[in-house]
Write a protein that binds this ligand. Structure first.
Ligand SMILES: *Cc1c(COP(=O)(O)O)cnc(C)c1O
Length: 463
């Protein structure tokens, strides 16, 4: 399997190279040159298999000869061994034909563990073999950073620097990043918002001298391997509700468009997904774009679902690439317009293609809070605010005849203040992380300045 850039001006890579590289050198994102497909029988045969077995079958066609089957099975087994639920991604029923896919049983209590734990094992295997060293730099609105630090802490060939917006992540999120004592992981609090952090990471990737000097590697959802890991739970959940013999709809709380793009990939691979519903909070650029109002940046307004407080949604570029018939020059032009003018309009043909696959909805702060209250009263399920955004938008798009799966992206205890306000009790952390608030924190605060951040990284690396 070859990987190509959405801007058509970077070398083609194999899986290992695409995984270690992250962002393409032309500023684009790597995508597979084509999507492998499963027959109906092959999908039916996944029913009843373990999460790990389904993961192997779904991802195998993308790996090429980077790993043997035995190596890859071992990598998958190690990635999910630390999860706090035997099913890894269990389904819970909320209402007739409405199901919640609980993706928060990993080590940092958010769905990002599914991809990050796998990537940690993939990097370890690949770098262990080559002896190369890399520096991972990532931007986080909270959950990516903690998942990355947890996945890479203590690894020999990897240094990790995570940029997060100072004061804009929850205490649990921050402590998950600042309490690991391993000297290869570094939490950096930037005086700015998430988009500033993400822009700094992109600028570092485009600074080739710096990029090559530190061996920069990216684990933000621009990394194809992360998207790939997330394709798996669309298959595992859909087959347990009767796919491929029934169509299944999905609603996905969305920020950077990575998780929902994984759903799109599953659909392209033959999984019978009906609707793919993009659920946004009040920072609704994606809802506006999919509704035909153009992709126009506005300021970010902090919300109670902070992991979705995003205006530049990196992975949307992958969807645009397909919507524009894989025309890299057209995508480059849109991204240049975004950078220069803060937005672009989507051509009629491309918009039609996007709307053939995606629908969207928006959930206000009040609605988010009310949904947490109502779901707790109706089912006893305590939702995190992100999952509540999903549930609310899913209810608006639910078709009585078609099972709807809403992705629950984080554990409620990761966002205890918003949850307590809605249900009048404080959600408890799982037993295995009870000591999080007793550990000392380690964090470096830095102004929103690229050179200052680069200096911190150069000086903080080992070896
Ligand atoms: C990252 C995150 C999201 C958004 O996922 P994307 O892949 O960026 O769209 C939603 N909810 C939670 C809890 C997250 O951590």
């Amino acid at each position: 399997m070859k990987y190509i850039s959405t801007r058509a001006n970077a070398p083609e890579l194999n899986f290992e190279q695409a995984m270690l590289t992250g962002l393409a050198r032309d500023g684009g994102l790597y995508v597979p040159e084509s999507f492998p497909t499963f027959s109906s029988d092959e999908i039916a045969d996944m029913a009843g298999q373990s999460y790990e077995e389904i993961a192997f079958r779904v991802m195998r066609p993308y790996i090429g000869d980077t790993f043997t089957d035995t190596e890859f099975k071992d990598i998958i087994a190690r990635a999910y061994a630390g999860f706090g639920h035997a099913a890894r991604a269990p389904l819970v029923q909320l209402a007739p034909n409405h199901f919640l896919l609980e993706l928060f049983h990993g080590p940092t209590l958010a769905f990002k563990d599914f991809a990050m734990q796998l990537i940690g094992q993939l990097f370890q295997a690949a770098l262990g073999r080559s002896g190369d060293r890399v520096t991972i730099v990532g931007a986080t609105s909270g959950d990516t950073g903690s998942a990355a630090i947890e996945a890479f802490r203590g690894l020999d060939n990897v240094d990790v620097f995570i940029l997060f917006p100072h004061g804009r992540v929850s205490d649990v999120q921050r402590r998950q990043m600042t309490t690991p004592a391993d000297d290869n992981v570094h939490a950096i609090a930037v005086d700015g918002d998430f988009d500033d952090c993400q822009a700094a990471v992109k600028d570092m990737f485009n600074d080739f001298e710096f990029r090559d000097a530190v061996g920069l590697a990216g684990v933000n959802s621009i990394n194809w391997a992360r998207v790939l890991a997330q394709v798996v739970y669309y298959f595992s959940s859909a087959v347990s509700l009767g796919a491929p013999h029934r169509t299944i709809d999905f609603t996905v709380p969305t920020g950077n468009f990575g998780d929902i793009f994984a759903g799109y990939v599953a659909k392209r691979m033959g999984l019978p997904i009906g609707k793919l519903v993009v659920a946004t909070n009040q920072n609704d650029i994606l809802h506006r774009a999919i509704s035909g109002k153009g992709y126009i940046k506005q300021g970010v307004t902090p919300s109670i679902s902070p992991s979705m407080d995003i205006q530049v949604s990196s992975n949307f570029e992958r969807a645009l690439f397909d919507a524009y018939d894989r025309d890299g020059a057209a995508v480059t032009q849109l991204m240049d317009e975004l950078k220069a003018e803060g937005g672009f309009t989507i051509s009629q043909g491309a918009l039609q293609r996007l709307q053939d696959v995606f629908t969207s909805g928006r959930c206000s702060e009040d609605e988010t809070s009310r949904t947490i209250t109502e779901q707790f009263a109706a089912t006893g399920e305590v939702l995190c605010p992100h999952s509540a955004v999903g549930v609310k938008v899913a209810e608006e798009h639910q078709d009585a005849q078609v099972p709807m799966i809403t992705l629950a992206t984080a554990h409620p205890a990761k966002f205890p203040d918003a949850v307590e306000q809605a249900v009048h009790q404080r959600p408890a952390l799982p037993e295995r992380m009870k000591n999080l608030f007793d550990l000392p924190e380690r964090v470096t605060r830095v102004e929103n300045d690229l050179a200052a951040i680069q200096t911190l990284i150069k000086e903080g690396r080992r070896g």
